[in-house]
Design a protein around this ligand. Structure first.
Ligand code: CUA
Length: 502
C-alpha cells in the first residue's frame, strides 16, 4: 500500500521539477526581448519582473502539466460508464493550496514595495521638468538657467521632447488639462498616469545615450482619437555641457515673429500636432483640417476676413468656422493659453509658409475691393451733393440705392448666408433678410431697427437669432465703413417703406 502510494507521487514530483525548470527558463530568456535598460532603475524593475515571471511560469506549467497528465493517465476506458469517486474535502490539500499562494503573494508584495520606494525616492541634484500631456501631445518645460536668460526675457522654455543627460536624476512633474493619459518610457522602465486636477511624479536616472530619434515616449492610456499618435522621445545627452549647448540652441531668438511662431508650434506647448497635419513641422494628425497652405486657404474661407483675421479667430473661437467634413472638436484658446503676441507669431509663421507670401495676397486684393467700393460710394455722395439733391427724400432714396449696389457688389458676401428676394440671394446659413427692417425693430427692447442692424453687422455674436449658428463674422470698419453701413440701413429701410405703402 505504502509503496503504491509513494510510486503514485513520482509523476507529481517530475511535473514539479519540470515546472520549476520551465519557470527559470522563461524568466531568464524573456527579458532579452525587452528594450535596453536605459535607466539606473531599469535593472531593479527587470529583476522584480523576472521573479514574477519565474513564479508565474512555474505555476503555469504546473497547472497545465497536471491537466495534460490527468487527461492522458485518467481517461475513461471505452466501456467504462461508471461515475468517478465522489470526494469531499481534504484539509491537508486546502491548507497547502492556501498557504503556498499566501507566502508567494507576501514575498512579492515585499519585493515590489522595496523597488517602488527605491525608484520613487528623492535623489540628490534632481533636474525638474514639468510635463503636460494633453490630447494629443506631450510637452516638456524647463527653467532657463539664470546665466542664459535675456533681461525681461522668458524664464522657461517648452519643447516637444524630453531632454536629459547621463547620470543626472530627473524628476518629472506631470499634469493634464483634459483627460487621463499615461506617460510611458519603456527603455527607462517608467510608466505613470497623468490625472486631471493633480500633479503626479515620476523619477529616473538615464544611464545610456539615446539612439537617433531618442527613446520612445508613449501614451499608455486610451485618451481619444489621437491616442495612438501621442508619442514623443527622450533624448539623452552625453553630459551637462552637451545638454546646455542644446538648451542654448533651443532658446528663441528675439525679433523674428515667424521664427518665434514656428518655435512655439514646434515646442508642443500647444496640442495642435495631435489633430492637424502640417508637413513643414512633421505633424500628421487627422482629427482636424490639414494646415498645409492654411494661410492661402484662410484668405478665401470667409468673405471679408483676411487670412490673419481668419486664423486668429479660428484659434480663439474655433466653433465659428468649422471646416466641413471635420468634427467641431477644437477647444477655444484664450489669451491665458495663447497670448496675443504668440498668436500673431503663429500667424506670421503661417504667412511665411505661404506661396503668396511675397506677392499680393488674396486678403490684400479683398481690401482693394473694399477700398474701391468705398471710393465709389463716396464719389456717389459727392455727385449727389454737386447735383444739389437737397430734399431728404431723394437723398434717402439715393443712399438706399447705394446700399443696394454695395450689397450686390462682391465687397461683402452676405448672399452666401442670407436670403433676400430683392437682391436674388438665397443663402440658408443665416436668418433671411426679407422684411429685416421691420423685424429688427422688434428684436431687442430699447434698440431701434437701425441700431439693431448696425450692431448685428459690427458684432453679430451679440444677437444670434434662434435656430441659426453663430457663424457670421464681425464686420469691422475696415470691411464696411460707417458710410456703407448707413447706406445698407437706408436700403433696408426703403424696403420697409415700400412694404408699408403697398
Ligand atoms: Cu493620451 Cu492616450
Amino acid at each position: 500500500m505504502n509503496a503504491e502510494n509513494s510510486s503514485s507521487y513520482i509523476p507529481i514530483v517530475v511535473i514539479l521539477v519540470i515546472s520549476v525548470i520551465f519557470g527559470v527558463v522563461i524568466s531568464s530568456f524573456t527579458p532579452q526581448v525587452f528594450p535596453t535598460q536605459a535607466s539606473a532603475e531599469a535593472e531593479q524593475v527587470d529583476n522584480l519582473f523576472r521573479v514574477l515571471l519565474g513564479i508565474g511560469g512555474a505555476i503555469f506549467f504546473l497547472v497545465q502539466g497536471a491537466l495534460v497528465w490527468s487527461i492522458v493517465a485518467y481517461r475513461a476506458k471505452p466501456d467504462d460508464d461508471s461515475d468517478a469517486p465522489h470526494i469531499h474535502g481534504n484539509t491537508t490539500l486546502e491548507i497547502v493550496w492556501t498557504a503556498i499562494p499566501a507566502v508567494i503573494v507576501f514575498v512579492l508584495a515585499v519585493l515590489s514595495f522595496q523597488v517602488w520606494t527605491s525608484i520613487r525616492e528623492e535623489k540628490a541634484n534632481e533636474q525638474i521638468v514639468e510635463v503636460v500631456g494633453q490630447r494629443f501631445n506631450w510637452s516638456f518645460t524647463y527653467a532657463i538657467p539664470e546665466a542664459m536668460r535675456v533681461p525681461d526675457g522668458p524664464t522657461s522654455i517648452t519643447v516637444p521632447e524630453l531632454h536629459v543627460y547621463l547620470n543626472r536624476p530627473v524628476k518629472l512633474e506631470m499634469t493634464t488639462p483634459d483627460v487621463i493619459h499615461s506617460f510611458w518610457v519603456p527603455a527607462m522602465r517608467v510608466k505613470q498616469d497623468l490625472l486631471p486636477g493633480r500633479t503626479t511624479e515620476v523619477r529616473f536616472t538615464p544611464v545610456e545615450l539615446s539612439p537617433d530619434g531618442g527613446f520612445p515616449v508613449v501614451c499608455a492610456e486610451l485618451c481619444g482619437g489621437g491616442h495612438g499618435g501621442m508619442r514623443s522621445a527622450v533624448i539623452v545627452h552625453e553630459d551637462e555641457a552637451a545638454f546646455n549647448a542644446w538648451l542654448e540652441n533651443a532658446l528663441p531668438e528675439s525679433g523674428d515673429p515667424a521664427g518665434a511662431g514656428r518655435q512655439l508650434l514646434e515646442s508642443g506647448a500647444l496640442p495642435c500636432a495631435g489633430c492637424h497635419t502640417l508637413d513643414e513641422l512633421g505633424w500628421t494628425g487627422q482629427v482636424g483640417p490639414p494646415l498645409n497652405d492654411v494661410f492661402d486657404t484662410a484668405a478665401r474661407r470667409v468673405p471679408g476676413l483676411t487670412a490673419e483675421e481668419y486664423i486668429m479667430q479660428s484659434i480663439r473661437e474655433p466653433g465659428a468656422f468649422v471646416v466641413e467634413g471635420f468634427p467641431p472638436a477644437m477647444p477655444p484658446f484664450t489669451e491665458d493659453q495663447i497670448s496675443q503676441q504668440d498668436l500673431s507669431n503663429i500667424v506670421a509663421f503661417f504667412r511665411s509658409l505661404s506661396a503668396d507670401a511675397d506677392d499680393t495676397s488674396v486678403s490684400d486684393e479683398a481690401a482693394d475691393v473694399d477700398a474701391d467700393e468705398t471710393a465709389d460710394i463716396e464719389a456717389g455722395d459727392e455727385a449727389a451733393d454737386e447735383a444739389g439733391v437737397g430734399d431728404d427724400e431723394s437723398a434717402d432714396a439715393d443712399l438706399a440705392a447705394q446700399g443696394r449696389e454695395f450689397l450686390l457688389s462682391s465687397a461683402v458676401q452676405c448672399a452666401a448666408c442670407h436670403t433676400q428676394d430683392d437682391l436674388g440671394w438665397n443663402g440658408r446659413v443665416g436668418p433671411p433678410l426679407n422684411g429685416i427692417y421691420d423685424t429688427a425693430a422688434t428684436r431687442v427692447e430699447g434698440l431701434s431697427a437701425e441700431e439693431y442692424i448696425r450692431q448685428s453687422i459690427r458684432e453679430p455674436s451679440a444677437f444670434v437669432v434662434e435656430g441659426f449658428p453663430p457663424a457670421m463674422p464681425p464686420h469691422t470698419e475696415a470691411m464696411v465703413s460707417e458710410e456703407q453701413l448707413d447706406a445698407i440701413i437706408a436700403y433696408f429701410r426703403s424696403q420697409s417703406e415700400e412694404a408699408a405703402s403697398e
